[in-house]
Design a protein around this ligand. Structure first.
Ligand code: C6P
Length: 404
């Protein structure tokens, strides 16, 4: 992959007198100047509300917004009417759990999640189950940190309505076999909801190949702005579920006592949408397409391979998730024996190295792993092998000062 670092102004920063080494892209990615400029240009030259005005500026703003939808749709192999702009993965999943639940889940029904879900793909289903008197079951994971497909098979039944699963775990890094999960779920007559927050930014994702029914992801993890994300759904399913927010462009006709809904995707986009943010996301998609998602994936596999190799060779480190970089995304979670992850992150920060430490919004998974928290490094297009080596050297210094 070409060297992209000069596109990311923030990478020139110094932190605590040292060059920034940013290893927390799974939390949020940095932004290239092409994205920053697309957002600034929108505000400078084309700012107006969308879908409403009969004047040039509003028409231009609408074209830019709808153009971004087309780019995102092409990026994931979908048609534009099936792409709904939301605030992010969390909003996409909460909204979907509400709408899908209203239409398709009732007392005694079952919803399957997995033990490796981010809270955003777990708690909305808990609330739905409670609201509807349905049962929530969690599919287990193997000792290697992969999804236990035998357990999924056992738990699927004619009562299952929804299987909600992450594509890539934000802790274990595990890449789940969505095509197989979709096939199994459809055989049971249920729908598959995929949390793609950690996959769409890092690998080629095609919703037709995945065979899933709904997919959610965030713009800010894929070089785009905060405040915009996507909910994709199959047309016939989106048409069959109610809206989650009302008002604005999602309306067709309103009387005092009732209303009818616009067509998809507008039916799900109430109020003024995140216009500039969507335009920025479109620029991020252009940027990733130009790099090539196969190249992005290859680059990350190399970096994750280096990180895994280095961590595995240190006997004071415990790693979580698959040991083979081909079976994981761009994250590696680990702990230093007997040391709290916050202490590790704080000492690394003193050397300008940004990593994440905590439960990463996956408390049930950490409980399964038997630890309250973990350290996590995550990589993206701008990271280098030298940065991984600098991180590993710094980790040795952390161990020398705190280890016992
Ligand atoms: N994870 C991290 O791991 P939002 O905040 O809505 O953009 O994304 C939520 C989310 C949903 N699913 C998965 C698998 C995720 O990894 C995330 C976000 C971040 O550092 C923040 S907890």
């Amino acid at each position: 992959m070409r060297n992209v670092r000069s596109d990311f102004p923030i990478l020139g920063r110094e932190i605590n007198g040292r060059p920034l080494i940013y290893l927390d892209s799974a939390a949020t990615s940095q932004k290239p100047r092409q994205v920053v400029e697309a957002v600034a240009r929108f505000y400078r030259e084309a700012n107006a509300n969308v879908h409403r005005g009969l004047y040039v500026l509003s028409v231009e703003a609408t074209e830019l917004y709808e153009g971004a939808r087309k780019k995102v749709a092409a990026f994931i192999g979908a048609s534009p009417e099936e792409v709904i702009f939301t605030r992010g993965t969390t909003e996409s999943l909460n909204a979907l759990a509400y709408s899908l639940g209203e239409a398709r889940v009732g007392p005694g029904d079952e919803i399957l999640v997995t033990a490796m879900e981010h809270h955003a793909n777990l708690v909305p289903w808990q609330l739905l189950a409670r609201r509807k008197g349905a049962r929530l079951l969690a599919v287990g994971i193997t000792p290697e940190g992969e999804l236990d497909l035998g357990d999924l098979e056992d738990k699927l039944s004619d009562r299952t309505r929804v299987v909600a699963v992450t594509h890539v775990s934000n802790v274990l890094g595990t890449v789940n076999p969505i095509p197989e999960i979709s096939r199994m779920t459809h055989e049971a007559g249920a729908v598959v909801v995929v949390d793609a927050a950690q996959s769409v930014p890092h690998m080629r994702v095609d919703v037709q190949e995945l065979g899933c029914d709904f997919l959610a992801f965030s713009g800010h993890k894929m070089l785009g702005p905060t405040g915009v994300g996507v909910l994709w759904g199959r047309r016939e399913l989106l048409e069959g579920i109610p809206p989650f927010l009302t008002g604005g462009e999602m309306i067709r006709e309103v009387w005092i006592d009732r209303a009818t809904w616009n067509d998809i995707p507008y039916k799900f986009e109430a109020g003024t949408p995140p216009i500039a943010q969507a335009v920025g996301l479109g620029a991020a998609v252009d940027y990733l397409v130009e790099l090539g998602m196969e190249e992005v994936r290859r680059h990350e596999e190399e970096l994750v391979g280096k990180a895994l190799e280095g961590l595995l060779s240190r006997d004071y480190v415990e790693i979580y998730g698959p040991k083979d970089p081909a079976r994981r995304g761009g994250v590696v979670a680990f702990n230093l024996r007997g040391i709290h992850p916050h202490d590790v992150a704080t000492l690394l920060d003193q050397e300008g190295i940004a990593i994440r430490a905590g439960h990463h919004c996956a408390q049930p998974l950490h409980r399964l792993l038997g630890v309250p928290a973990s350290c996590r490094v995550s990589v993206y297009v701008y990271n280098t092998v030298d940065e991984i080596e600098a991180f590993l050297d710094a980790l040795d210094r952390v161990w020398e000062s705190l280890g016992r």
